[in-house]
Unconditional design. Structure first.
Lengths: 269, 266
């Protein structure tokens, strides 16, 4: 029975998809894709194939690391704003305002060109173990993207922490849970459930921010496409392929997050 | 690798270098660098800020026009219009602004010039300002389409039914009911879009349009005072955001006049 219902459901969905005007639109889209495949130049692909894969890997890696670290930073930022005393909440609020009020590009350039040009003046930095890392570009990119994600997500977490019903926390206290246990078992999980829908959007926004690291000479997928454009004098092909790659990654991210969201109880509080 | 500084010439004595570094960042030096009259670079930065504001204003207005049309197309348009708008908003929101800016800039200028040569005119150089506004406006349009669509959907259905019951024509209903009733729902989202627009203008520096980020980069490159100038640019952007926030608060209060305040409603 269930299988039959699913089949009918699927058939209904396909018929919804294949209305006459949709078929025409899909045919036009296919014609455009094939036109692009046949009439544009793609002979550079084999040569830059490996570089491109490495670039995609680097973009994804930067995305994952900065989202993870940024989220870890966002939790205390949100908590400080939602429940902290003035001395905790004021710096957290200032940080979020400054990050959200200035372009990421300026933050990135301030860290890389600004801080990067100040560091070599101090011999103790040049002699420390950090120096081999500080001479490269990617730590600045990762730092800037992490801070940016923390700033935006900190604001979201503030709302999420504040939105957890008081009754839940009171009930936990009535059970005799310690403050740390209340936070770990009740407050944080419910806040994360609340923040999850916006987390999808923030992660996609973060993906769309990663190409900025190409401006400080990190070779991500955007930088690879720029190199192809410089080498081959082609304007559109690398850019179109790049747009397609970002769309595919966005699609995968949205799909994965919708799967995670579906596993989480949506009626909290 | 970060840009090299003449650090090698500095004395190897750590205390002296520290003082040197502090001196190079001292108040007098900074004021001289940031003064609005040459040899200071303050004027360059302020001119860049002006360009940024111009581009952001133009892009927001263009985005609002596209967004209003797009929202009505999505809500009341035919199936083809709706599908095409869905493709537009999905693609624009899934691709990084930087890539879109490059694509639209090259494709747009190419198309215009081909159209001009086909009609027998000379090729033209499109001004950075116009191209920046067009490109960012196209991107903003996709986001404002969604904001305005959501705002129209948030209007209580009873109000629209009441307007219909009064026998209002669709045009009158749009002017008297839909647009004013939508405004309080749309303004927070649109205000957010304005803030995004002011920050997205910085991306145009990568394509080479003259605005605050590019002006800062030039000033910093010439004077080698990277930290000072990027910090100053950040402060300028922050002031722009904070002033915008103040004005937005006023506009929001105005658009919600006569409605219960958010705190009471909760």
């Amino acid at each position: 029975m269930a299988g039959e219902a699913a089949l009918i459901n699927a058939a209904a969905r396909t018929s919804l998809w294949l209305q006459p005007h949709r078929i025409v639109l899909i045919l036009i889209a296919l014609a455009l894709v094939f036109g692009a495949a046949f009439f544009m130049r793609w002979d550079w692909l084999p040569q830059y194939y490996e570089m491109g894969l490495l670039g995609i890997w680097r973009s994804l890696w930067i995305l994952a690391v900065t989202c993870f670290l940024g989220f870890l930073l966002a939790v205390p930022l949100g908590l400080a704003q939602a429940a902290g005393s003035f001395w905790f909440s004021a710096p957290a609020r200032t940080f979020c305002t400054v990050i959200r009020g200035t372009p990421l590009l300026i933050q990135l350039w301030l860290l890389y060109y600004g801080l990067g040009s100040l560091f070599p003046q101090y011999p103790w930095i040049r002699e420390s173990w950090m120096w081999p890392y500080l001479r490269q570009a990617w730590p600045y990119g990762v730092l800037a993207l992490t801070l940016s994600f923390a700033g935006y997500e900190g604001e979201v977490m503030r709302g999420a922490f504040a939105g957890v019903p008081k009754g839940q926390l009171e009930a936990a206290r009535a059970f005799g849970m310690s403050r740390w246990k209340i936070f770990r078992r009740i407050w944080l999980p419910q806040a994360i459930y609340r923040a999850l829908p916006t987390l999808t959007g923030e992660t996609v926004l973060q993906l769309k921010s990663t190409p900025l690291v190409a401006t400080i000479s990190v070779i991500d997928i955007f930088a690879v496409s720029s190199k192809v454009r410089q080498d081959t004098y082609l304007t559109y092909e690398p850019l179109l392929l790049l747009a397609l790659i970002y769309m595919i990654i966005t699609g995968i991210l949205v799909f994965a997050f919708s799967k995670i969201e579906a596993r989480i109880p949506n009626k909290v509080g | 690798m970060p840009p090299a500084l003449p650090s090698a010439v500095r004395a190897s004595n750590p205390g002296a270098t520290l003082i040197d570094a502090l001196l190079s960042a001292s108040a007098a030096g900074i004021i001289e660098l940031l003064s609005p009259y040459p040899p200071g670079w303050g004027g360059t930065l302020l001119l860049g800020l002006l360009h940024s504001i111009e581009i952001a204003l133009g892009a927001t207005v263009l985005g609002l026009l596209i967004g209003t049309g797009g929202a009505f197309g999505k809500l009341y348009g035919g199936p083809v219009v709706r599908d095409l708008l869905a493709v537009y908003t999905t693609v624009v929101r899934a691709v990084p602004e930087l890539v879109l800016i490059l694509l639209l800039y090259y494709a747009g200028t190419d198309l215009i010039n081909q159209a001009l040569t086909a009609m027998g005119y000379q090729r033209v150089d499109i001004s950075g300002l116009a191209a920046g506004i067009a490109v960012l406006g196209f991107v903003q349009g996709a986001y404002s389409t969604e904001v305005i669509r959501g705002a129209i959907l948030a209007i209580p259905q009873g109000q629209i039914e009441a307007a219909r019951a009064y026998g209002m024509s669709p045009g009158l209903m749009l002017r008297r009911i839909t647009l004013p009733a939508m405004l309080p729902f749309a303004i927070p989202g649109l205000a957010n879009l304005w803030l995004i627009a002011t920050k997205d203008t910085a991306l145009l520096a990568v394509v080479g349009f003259y605005e605050l980020a590019l002006a800062t980069r030039q000033a910093a490159g010439v004077t080698k005072a990277y930290f000072t100038f990027f910090f100053a640019a950040g402060v300028l952007y922050l002031i722009l955001s904070l002033v915008s926030n103040l004005l937005i608060g006023r506009v929001e209060a105005w658009s919600r006049r006569g409605m219960p305040s958010l705190k009471e409603a909760r």
